[in-house]
Ligand binder design. Structure first.
Ligand code: CAA
Length: 260
């Protein structure tokens, strides 16, 4: 498949996915979402890829939202399909069995903020701006913003952001726990790669199981969550990585994980 609006660069086990629609500040139209879905499939099936970074092309925007020009002509039925498709693609990110880092390099509004929230970890450049401005367009967030924002920052702050449509800067996003690090724009991709490399140096099966346990556990009560955790914990003990990790500790050497 030829990609018009996205690109994937593979380097040292890391897939760098870039959303590139400069004329619309990387806004997500249907075609871009479709291409993103295909790249995620490639990342999933490529065993050499151990971690994914998602960013926006250029220096101004991560993603400025879903494409307003495209949405302006939609019927309710088409809007529902568009919403469900965006939700599906972002859920694929959340369910990817590899860590995904959003490197937010500018405007992350509407669908852009929602894209970043589907990633496991968000880091931002100092010029990044986050927001869910949909109510200003007479609509609500449609790519899971009403669901993920309250889970990440709490209901009260999520309602404030969604009801007012206010944009917040990177520092405030950090203060409310929406991003875990703020760096200079020139350092953003390097920083994302450093985090990815650190994660990749650990037991990959453990990372996969930890991601699953967190994702499933957050949706349930503590007792069910504890069962999910104990099952995943037990599963770790069937892996070579557990034997290597604990053996290396006891032998006072650095572990060599194989993801097996
Ligand atoms: N959709 C389509 N085009 C967009 C866009 C979007 N979300 N965001 C920006 N663009 C286009 C602009 O129309 C403009 O195109 P032209 O040059 O052809 O006029 C170009 O990108 C540059 O944008 P601006 O001239 O507006 O740039 P600016 O620096 O003055 O402002 C901005 C930047 C504050 C991000 C402003 O572009 C903006 O407010 N964009 C819309 C943000 C938004 O409302 N996002 C939510 C969309 S709804 C959504 O996402 C629903 C959902 O949950 C699924």
């Amino acid at each position: 498949m030829d990609y018009k609006n996205v690109s994937l660069k593979k380097e040292d086990g890391i897939a760098l996915i870039t959303i590139e629609r400069p004329k619309a500040l990387n806004a997500l139209n249907y075609e871009t979402l479709k291409e993103l879905e295909c790249l995620l499939n490639s990342a999933r099936n490529d065993e050499e890829i151990k971690a994914v970074i998602i960013t926006g092309g250029g220096e101004k925007a991560f993603v400025a939202g879903a494409d307003i020009a495209e949405m302006s002509k939609m019927t309710p039925v088409e809007a529902k399909k568009f919403s469900e498709f965006g939700q599906h693609v972002f859920r694929e990110i959340e369910l990817l069995s590899k860590p995904v880092i959003a490197a937010v390099n500018g405007f992350a509004l509407g669908g852009g903020c929602e894209l970043s929230m589907a990633c496991d970890i968000r880091i931002a450049s100092k010029n990044a701006k986050f927001g869910q401005p949909e109510v200003g367009l007479g609509i609500i967030p449609g790519f899971s913003g009403t669901q993920r924002l309250p889970r990440l920052v709490g209901t009260s702050k999520a309602k404030e952001l969604i009801f007012t449509g206010d944009m917040i800067n990177a520092e405030e996003a950090y203060n409310i726990g929406l991003v875990s690090k703020v760096v200079e724009q020139s350092e953003l991709i390097n920083e994302a790669k450093k985090i990815a490399q650190k994660i990749m140096s650990k037991g990959q099966l453990a990372i996969k199981l930890a991601k699953e346990a967190i994702n499933k556990g957050i949706e349930t009560d503590i007792d069910t969550g504890n069962t999910i955790e104990a099952d995943a914990f037990a599963l770790c003990f069937s892996t070579n990585d557990q034997k290597e990790g604990m053996g290396a500790f006891l032998e006072k050497r650095t572990p060599k994980f194989e993801g097996k």
